[in-house]
Design a binder for this molecule. Structure first.
Ligand SMILES: Nc1ncnc2c1ncn2[C@@H]1O[C@H](COP(=O)(O)OP(=O)(O)OP(=O)(O)O)[C@@H](O)[C@H]1O
Length: 614
């Protein structure tokens, strides 16, 4: 069933074939991709486009009469000594505004037929993709799909509506102005056309690179945000694993990428401003410069003023509106539409099958409580430790004393908020106690000893882009292949290794399940084999059998193991159990706790029977 549900890489998205932007993602720029995919959408709506054009003709008439009326009012009216005729022509120019208002109503009526199908198609596509993604990546939650169904499809709809309105208005205004200039004096076109064509050409030339830069910028921004989010979530693990420097270097490189992308975008924006100036400001300037020569050569003053009316009242605002629209909303629209043309994510291989945990627990290297000189010194010790998250806060740990022998396996249990994670952090030296003392090997905790004495693994596992070998050897760079193989075998990492192909194949954290993240982090700690390992929900994404296997693998190491446990089975595997219960906190074997701790009796009764079975 699983194999059937897979989605092939670059397979066309399921969903409406006639909907907008169908098909796989070709290897071209975002503008070319979106244009190619938009063509069939527009072709299917030729009738709507023609009706929009029909209404827009009224805008053509308004523009044409705006300049022509002024020219005639001057030449045939006021300058010819016929003020009434002049006023009549001005009235014609003014009345032409009324049908244009009618056009606006008609245009808005038709607009919905062009805009809503786009939105519906995008939503259908995003939902299809989310469903395919969910089948291919059952463990993933797709924030992107949610954003596409809601936010991004709305941006696309609004952007598309704005673009249609502006583009339509631009085309008919320019056509009206050109027709007016031709009617007044064709030579006028020769003067204003070159800067118009040059500016428009320059502007159009900036579209593809701007679109690509905009996408680069967005990608750099998203990559940085994703990295920052992961870093924040894994902060404790990063600190515990001594990966701070590496993380800072990665963040810096990503921030540099972002700055580079922003600079490049800004450079192209500069070119666009120049295009706007050439297109909008140069034509009236040129016309004024040529005015003396034109007037001497027979151009009437009315035609000159009419031409200036076209350039300043119609052309310049239309060019400005179009360029502003394209560079703001247009850019966003392009990027959003391009995202919808993305191929669905490649399928995850089948997750590793849960490992059977039927092998007997391996022999322990060190017996807790043994009387060797080494065992006499606890690997970690809390001496009347008090810890509060602020001067006025109630202490989470209140004069807690605890001693962990080398090789001992301790499980920590308790209700939510009872302080299990806090204890793990204090024990691992990540948090400093407000009172009492924490000692490792009988000595006060020193930051310098951190990674050599203990590894703390919280729920969010730290996995970086690189090979499996690099990830596993992170805390022990000199580990040889035999040790690596032993760790892989002990933790059940073989299915992942088989899928990757080799220890040196590139491992991309985003393509791994959360369980695989945890297995890699566990493998790293296992290979390092420090004197103390603290697992704080570090196996929460593993099934009970894989969790049991991991805990047995750690228990087989010579170091001590402290596990914040959420299953009774996990607690029962330990040599001792610490029940966090405020002033009634108790520590002992399961049999002892059944007698001494009411909370343990309750928890043991509440936990599922199959938790105990393995
Ligand atoms: N960074 C923090 N700042 C302030 N209070 C905190 C902080 N972290 C934990 N606490 C509080 O300290 C108490 C103990 O939290 P802790 O996370 O150690 O409990 P827990 O037993 O591990 O809980 P859970 O099983 O839900 O993870 C809780 O009341 C919690 O709200």
């Amino acid at each position: 069933m699983k194999a059937e549900a897979r989605v092939k890489r670059n397979e066309p998205l399921p969903g409406p074939r006639s909907g907008p932007l169908p098909g796989p993602r070709p290897r071209s720029g975002p503008l070319a991709r979106v244009t190619r995919e938009a063509r069939p959408f527009l072709r299917a709506r030729t009738g709507t486009v023609l009706r929009l054009a029909g209404w827009s003709l009224l805008e053509f008439v308004q523009t044409f009469l705006g300049g022509y009326g002024v020219a005639r009012a001057l030449d045939h009216g006021f300058l010819a000594g016929r003020p009434l005729t002049g006023l009549l022509w001005l009235a014609v120019a003014a009345v032409a505004v009324l049908p244009a208002q009618l056009a606006t109503r008609g245009v808005f009526g038709r607009l919905a037929d062009l805009v809503e199908p786009l939105r519906d198609g995008l939503v259908r596509r995003a939902v299809s993709r989310a469903l395919s993604g969910a089948l291919a990546h059952p463990a993933d939650t797709s924030v992107r799909s949610l954003s596409q169904v809601t936010h991004q499809s709305e941006i696309a709809r609004d952007g598309w509506a704005g673009l249609v309105l502006t583009l339509r208005s631009f085309v008919f205004t320019v056509a009206g102005a050109v027709a007016g200039l031709l009617a007044l004096e064709p030579r006028l076109l020769l003067i204003v056309a070159p800067p118009l064509v040059l500016g428009t050409g320059l502007f159009l030339a900036t579209l593809p690179p701007m679109a690509a830069r905009q996408r680069d910028y967005l990608t750099a921004d998203e990559t940085y945000a994703a990295h920052a989010g992961r870093t924040a979530a894994d902060l404790r693990d990063l600190a515990a694993a001594g990966a701070a420097d590496r993380t800072v270097a990665e963040s810096r490189a990503l921030a540099d990428d972002q700055v580079r992308a922003a600079r490049s975008l800004a450079r192209w924006s500069g070119v666009r401003v120049v295009a706007l100036a050439v297109c909008g400001r140069f034509p009236p300037l040129l016309l004024l410069l040529c005015a003396p020569w034109l007037l001497r050569d027979g151009l009437t003053p009315g035609a000159l003023v009419g031409a200036l009316t076209y350039l300043t009242q119609a052309l310049a605002p239309a060019v400005h509106a179009l360029m502003t629209m394209l560079s703001t909303v247009g850019g966003r629209l392009l990027v959003v539409l391009d995202r919808f043309t993305d191929a669905p994510p490649p399928p995850a291989e089948d997750s590793p099958e849960p490992q059977a945990a039927d092998e007997p627990p391996p022999a322990r290297h060190t017996t807790p409580g043994a009387t060797t000189p080494e065992a006499a010194v606890p690997v970690a010790e809390l001496d009347a430790v008090t810890f509060a998250y602020g001067p006025a806060a109630l202490p989470v740990l209140d004069r807690l004393s605890l001693s962990i022998a080398p090789g001992e396996h301790l499980a920590v249990i308790g209700p939510s908020g009872s302080g299990k994670s806090t204890l793990a952090a204090v024990l691992a030296g990540v948090e400093q106690p407000t009172g009492g003392a924490v000692r490792w090997h009988g000595r006060p905790v020193r930051a310098a000893d951190a990674t050599s004495v203990r590894v703390l693994l919280p729920q969010h596992a730290y996995v970086f882009t690189g090979s499996l070998r690099e990830n596993l050897r992170y805390l022990r760079p000199d580990a040889d292949d035999r040790s690596l193989a032993a760790t892989i075998d002990a933790l059940g990492l073989d299915p992942l290794l088989t899928r990757l192909g080799s220890l040196d194949a590139l491992l991309e954290p985003d393509r791994l399940s959360q369980g695989e993240h945890q297995l890699i982090a566990l493998g790293r700690a296992h290979l390092a084999a420090p004197p103390l390992i603290v697992l704080d929900e570090a196996t929460s994404r593993l099934d009970p059998a894989a969790e049991a296997r991991a805990e047995r693998a750690f228990a087989a190491l010579p170091g001590a193991l402290v596990v914040v446990a959420h299953r009774l089975g996990s607690a029962r595997r330990a040599d001792r159990i610490l029940v966090m219960d405020g002033p009634r906190t108790r520590c002992g074997t399961s049999a002892e706790l059944l007698r001494s701790s009411a909370l343990y009796r309750d928890l043991a009764g509440l936990w599922e029977p199959d938790d105990v079975s393995e």
